[in-house]
Design a protein around this ligand. Sequence first.
Ligand code: NAD
Ligand code: AKB
Length: 317
Amino acid sequence: MEKILIIGASGQIGSELTMALRKIHGNENVFATDLKQVSVEIIESGPFQILDVMDDKRLIHFVIRHKITQIYHLAAVLSGNAEKLPLQAWHINMQSLLNILDLAKEVDELKKVFWPSSIAVFGPTTPRIDTPQLTVMEPNTVYGISKLAGERWIEYYYQKYGVDARSIRYPGLISYKTEAGGGTTDYAVEIFYDAIRKGKYECFLSENTKLPMMFMDDAVQATIKLMESPVDRLSIHSAYNVGGISFDPKELNEEIVKRLPDFKISYKSDFRQPIADSWPTIIDDSLAQKDWGLETKFDISKLTDTMLDGIRKKFEK
Ligand code: NAD
Ligand code: AKB
């Protein structure tokens, strides 16, 4: 029986991954933790505790006391926020990962770790279309540098100590349960909230900034599939490319206007524009499909319907 620790369970991914893992492994076997309170759904369905991943002593106590077998480490400072406090973001993103990897090296019962990477590992010198799994990687953001270094560390721990840490280079994730947490792709979440709340949205990226994106259900299913794959099926021990669907703000606006004809978008690029311009537009994820069966179910139309319905229902409650 697995005992799973989620770090960052209040966040955009954690709030949905926690519930998906509780369905598979049983509510009482999935321990949600974060620096801040989680959703009512998570509190009412299973264990939750405030835990700071930077506090390595409490972390090791927790893992041993609850006989944890898997950790999903989701706490990080995302791209937009990281540019505001670069050294602090570097410290949190790197030290937290090293705390977890070292724990996995020392504690025999702890068999598997999941830690997300990002399309931010790529930079302006990377081929932007059909970005391959193995390619030039010269990220020019603090967040991207921390994710690339993290990928190198997890592969190092695998090769040197046999630590089974797995990772996905997530594209921008889109969901309505929790608002997005300080990233460059957040426009594709905010736009839906503002469409429902205000009928208009000022986009901080230009209309033709095409980026890879993925609806949260597809991301959660991909994560679970990767974690359930036999280790000998995996040819990558850093992080897998996962592409999802690629679109720009203009295309997303067109989808929203089909459903809300009075919706108005305007564009005012900010400091996140050069970050987005340094990232790929379309990712080649054929290796993830081949090694562990990556599939996606949401296209831009299904994603738009689901986001608008979900946010409407959330506001009706
Ligand atoms: P988020 O900001 O929504 O959630 C992160 C959570 O971590 C927050 O609830 C925060 O309170 C918690 N946290 C922060 N510092 C902590 C600490 N010291 N101890 C414990 N918890 C702490 O982020 P997210 O969007 O859910 O992203 C989760 C992971 O996925 C991150 O590693 C992120 O880089 C990665 N990722 C996200 C996306 C995306 O589009 N959301 C894309 C690529 C990669
Ligand atoms: C961000 O924009 O920082 C994240 C990511 C793609 O890693 N959504």
